[in-house]
Design a protein. Structure first.
Lengths: 462, 227
């Protein structure tokens, strides 16, 4: 998770690199080619920046490698193709001396390479030579592609694979000459090394041409893939942002507007605010919540799964909305699928909440639900007026029918405690079948609990 | 545990420091505490982790009210950086977050309690006094989380140190009543014990939450790189 990573680390590294920007600062960022202060493609400079050493050593290493069958050249070319250019325009001062040194090194490398080729085994020489020519041609073309890319960024103009040719006459010349080099290299290589019949030679020439074309267009393919990846990432980020913005607009802004219009009615404002809070909370922290990463959900994932916990949470939310007060449910234990008995429990709990909301004269009701393997306990508590249970008029059916009788029908227990002036607590308990799987066999109810709650309510109330 | 007496200011008021990235919320808390509560004094506030660490180091308040969610690391980060050098400063987490991970994380990092931001000014002052007195403060929701983690559900990892990894029956009873919304005095009455004993049980639950090796707790903590 990104949060835990100490943020100060990052700051220490990036700040000096951004402010001073001298090439000597060993800012160990990702490997990127230098954009300024370079001689060929900024590869050596980029490697030096990445490793935090002086650029001259990197160049020397490339030259030495180049003398060994051109490995340095190939390596340079590969880095050129696969390493992206740095994006920020960092100003670097290239001294005259450094430039001369580097050119000298390059010349030296070329000389050493030629001598090595001449002295070395003639077969190796024949292979390395033409391939070297081809590589040189490819390097010219690739470099041109790089230039074209930069021009494209600078001008903001869109150009496709033919972008290189669109870059003016010199660009065209460079590309064509590069292509010729490649073709020449391959041809010399083939003629020098292989003795074949006409047909085979024709076939081979076709293959060689394809290889040549492939080699020449490598930079575009690479870049195309990279740009596509980049674009996809941007699109995902963009979509994410749009989704958040849309959600905030639909929910939070709307509610705030409503609140402003209803500013004179505290209860209505409270109701709106609570409803919005609950919704946002669910969005953020709910089971599929926005703030819930892919990790961390495995252990608990409790409260709002399909089942008893969700039904009770929904019920609490409904009471909250209807009576404009706060119902804060706390749920403990592993959720269970609803069965008829548990549904009755939810309905009884709802009735208890409604009673508290109507009669207790409070603005908060506590609901505590504990789901144990063999028993479910629900406590609905308020700190309101309280009443004498024996004193309830006989024509009031809420407690008697909706809570006590219902719980009794389903094998549950009710304990009601109320003290005048201190509040009321309704304790609902229900035993469970030992195995959750067998508990559901008594009936197949797909009907969501709240709907059922309303139906049942109507038959119980009159 | 630190002696509650040595942190008190001479005139007996409790100095409180606010850490929250929302200026409006800080202003609200400050106003509420300054207005109605004579023995609690807000001595400063901070809106970011760095600011908070520097100011707490300098001011050495008695109690820090700490927001759980802040941009650069949040309350847990403040705790991680300042607690080793200021062990006698007491932290009370104050959050809108409902996510068990966040709440447990700050508790594990050393906060002495957790209350939600919807708490009234009077209750907040009460909570401040209680943590300053060396006690732990559990909101019903936190009690629910802790009960949940320490429940012996099938599939839960076997405890490593039974002393720490299990709650006693009494502690469980106290937590249940806390989760049901009972005040300490009511819990004492319900269980036929003294308020002092209730406080002892709550403190020991907090200690177990902070030190226990239970798999779920460790997992939450390590997800947030707290251990």
């Amino acid at each position: 998770m990104p949060r835990g990573r100490p943020a100060c680390d990052h700051g220490v590294v990036s700040q000096p690199a951004a402010t001073s920007g001298a090439p000597a600062v060993p800012a160990r960022g990702p490997l990127e080619r230098r954009r300024s202060g370079r001689l060929v493609a900024g590869v050596a400079g980029g490697v030096a920046d990445h490793l935090g050493i002086d650029v001259i050593w990197v160049r020397a290493a490339f030259v030495v490698l180049a003398a060994i069958n051109g490995a340095g050249v190939v390596g340079y070319g590969l880095l050129w193709v696969f390493v992206r250019q740095e994006s920020a325009d960092v100003q670097r001062v290239t001294t005259r001396r450094e430039r001369q040194q580097a050119i000298g090194l390059a010349a030296l490398g070329l000389g050493v390479g030629l001598v090595a080729a001449a002295l070395g085994n003639s077969v190796i020489g024949w292979i390395v030579g033409p391939l070297g020519v081809a590589a040189l041609g490819a390097a010219v073309v690739w470099r041109e592609a790089d230039e074209a890319q930069r021009r494209r960024w600078a001008a903001g103009a869109r150009s496709g694979v033919t972008g290189a040719a669109g870059g003016g006459r010199t660009a065209l010349i460079r590309v064509v000459s590069g292509a010729l080099f490649v073709a020449l290299g391959i041809a010399v290589f083939l003629i020098g090394n292989i003795n074949l019949g006409q047909v085979q030679f024709g076939l081979l020439a076709v293959v060689a041409t394809i290889v040549g074309v492939a080699v020449l267009t490598v930079p575009w393919w690479v870049r195309l893939a990279r740009d596509l990846g980049e674009e996809r990432r941007q699109r995902i980020v963009e979509a994410e942002r749009a989704e958040i913005a849309a959600h905030l607009h639909d929910s939070v802004l709307q509610t705030l507007a409503l609140i402003q219009r209803q500013a004179e009615e505290p209860r209505e404002v409270l109701r709106l605010a609570r409803g919005q809070e609950r919704e946002l909370r669910h969005w953020l922290y709910g089971p599929q919540g926005y703030g819930r990463g892919s990790s961390g959900g495995g252990v608990k994932a409790p409260a709002l799964d399909e089942g008893l916990a969700e039904a009770l949470t929904k019920t609490a939310a409904e009471v909250e909305d209807t009576y404009a007060l706060t119902v804060s449910p706390v749920l403990v234990g592993a959720d269970r699928p609803l069965d008829p008995d548990l549904r009755a429990l939810v309905l009884a709990a709802r009735e208890a909440m409604v009673n508290a909301a109507k009669h207790a004269g409070v603005d908060e009701i506590s609901v505590f639900v504990e789901i144990e393997p063999d028993e479910v306990n629900v406590f609905v508590r308020d700190r309101g007026k309280g009443f004498d249970p024996d004193d309830v008029p006989a024509d009031r059916h809420g407690v008697a029918d909706s809570i006590k009788a219902r719980m009794a029908r389903h094998g549950g227990r009710v304990r009601l405690r109320s003290t005048l002036g201190e509040g009321t607590e309704v304790h609902l308990a229900m035993d469970l079948a030992t195995d959750p799987a067998t508990g559901t066999t008594t009936g197949d109810d797909d009907a969501p609990a709240p709907d059922a709650a309303r139906e049942d309510e109507q038959e119980a109330q009159p | 545990m630190s002696d509650p007496q040595d942190a008190a200011t001479p005139d007996g008021t409790i100095s409180v420091f606010l850490v929250d990235d929302h200026g409006l919320f800080r202003a609200g808390v400050r106003a509420e505490l300054d207005r109605g509560v004579p023995d609690v004094e807000v001595v400063g506030e901070a809106g970011s982790v760095d600011e908070a660490v520097a100011a707490i180091r300098h001011l050495r308040p008695d109690v820090v009210l700490l927001d759980v969610h802040m941009p650069d690391g949040g309350g847990a980060e403040v705790l991680r950086r300042i607690r080793p050098e200021c062990p006698d400063v007491v932290f009370l987490a104050l959050s809108v977050s409902d996510a068990a991970e966040d709440v447990i994380a700050v508790i594990r990092a050393g906060a002495r309690g957790y209350v939600t931001k919807t708490i009234s000014g009077r209750d907040l002052a009460d909570a401040v006094r209680r943590v300053h007195g060396g006690d732990a403060v559990f909101s019903p929701r936190l009690a629910g989380f802790v009960l949940d983690v320490f429940s012996d559900r099938p599939g839960a990892a076997p405890p490593g140190d039974p002393e720490l990894d299990l709650l006693t029956r009494r502690e469980r009873d106290v937590l249940r009543l806390l989760a049901r919304g009972y005040a300490y005095k009511e819990i004492a009455g319900e269980l036929f014990i003294s308020v002092k004993t209730v406080e002892t049980h709550v403190s020991s639950v907090l200690r177990k939450t902070q030190l226990s090796n239970r798999y779920e707790l460790s997992r939450w903590a390590s997800d947030r790189r707290l251990v």
